[in-house]
Structure formats: C-alpha cells, structure tokens
Design a protein around this ligand. Structure first.
Ligand code: ZN
Length: 187
C-alpha cells in the first residue's frame, strides 16, 4: 500500500501525493477525488467522478440475510457468511474513499469501519462493515481504494456467528443518513 509523500493545500482541499505517484484531493466534505490513479495510468484520460461506483465486498452467492427482510424488518444491511466470507476472510472495500469512522468492539457493530465514498452519481455514499474479528488495520482519515482490505470477517458485537454485516448510507452523516438497500446501488 502506497504511503503519503507530501500533503499541500489545494484551494480549500488538500492535495496528497503518494509515493507510488498517485495523487488525490481530500475534499472539505471528507470525501476524496483521485487525480492520478498511478504512474502507469497517468496518460490515460481521467475517469468521470464517481463513475467507478460501488462493488460488493463478497459475492452475492454468500448472502445469508438481505436488507429489511420480512422476518427482520429492522435489519438495515446485508449479511455475508461462509464460503469466501468465512471467519477471518479479508473484507474488500466497496469503493474509493476515506475512512470516516472506526468502531472498537461496540455492543452493536463490534469492530467496524465506515468509509465515505464522497459523491457518486450525484449523491453522498458511505458503506459500513461490521463485526470484524480484530480492531481494523485502517484509521479515520486514511484514503482507501476499491478492493482494499478493511479488516477480516468476525463475530464481534451483536452477532451470532462469523459474518460481515454490510450497509450503504445515502446522504447525510451518522444517524441522519438513510440506510438504503445495497442491491439498488452496488454492482
Ligand atoms: Zn446484518
């Protein structure tokens, strides 16, 4: 994983130059915008902002409980368990962004990470990854990329068996965000 080489003001944002030549802006909103993904891609045209969207942390084949199913109307996310989502399996970040919150063994979500993906398709998106086995290896403010390991599957917090509880938050922050059906926004 690349490390920051320099950080300097860029308008009302911060420009971060990584030691692999990639460059991104940390926006006042807490989001980020990649300018150059890597040195080898520097000559390629930049992607449309947010065009990469969000990807599943695990295949849908291992979903064990869906969003707000009739038997669990207050279940605001999707559960992934078994197969590639077995106890200790690395959890892949759904999209580029910045670590927004890290929770340490709270009663509900256990070891947990929330990533702010900034603006995608005109709205702010965050994703939550709960019940991790260990304290997450990322910290608040860390830039993260799609596919990066945010932690490993575990059974901490209010959980009965190792699984990933995954949520998608649309607009707003914390309790004000709307927890939406991930199937509508993740591909
Ligand atoms: Zn769940």
């Amino acid at each position: 994983m690349a490390k920051p080489r320099s950080i300097q003001p860029y308008g009302n944002s911060l420009q971060v130059l990584m030691d692999d030549g990639s460059t991104f802006l940390m926006l006042p909103s807490g989001g980020s915008l990649w300018l150059v993904a890597s040195e080898t891609e520097a000559t390629a045209p930049p992607p449309e902002p947010g065009s990469e969207g969000l990807s599943w942390p695990f295949p849908l084949s291992v979903v064990t409980d869906d969003y707000r199913i009739p038997s669990r109307p207050k279940h605001d996310g999707m559960d992934f368990s078994g197969g590639p989502a077995v106890d200790g399996a690395p959890i892949a970040c759904a999209g580029n962004g910045v670590v927004w919150r890290v929770y340490d063994q709270t009663a509900q979500v256990g070891n947990c990470v929330v990533v702010d993906h900034g603006t995608i398709f005109g709205a702010n998106f965050k994703t939550l990854y709960a019940h991790m086995k260990h304290y997450p290896p990322v910290k608040v403010g860390d830039p993260v990329i799609k596919g990066q390991t945010l932690g490993v599957v575990g059974n901490t917090g209010l959980s009965y068996g190792a699984h990933l509880h995954f949520e998608v938050w649309l607009n707003g922050s914390g309790g004000r965000a709307e927890k939406v059906n991930p199937r509508l926004y993740v591909s």
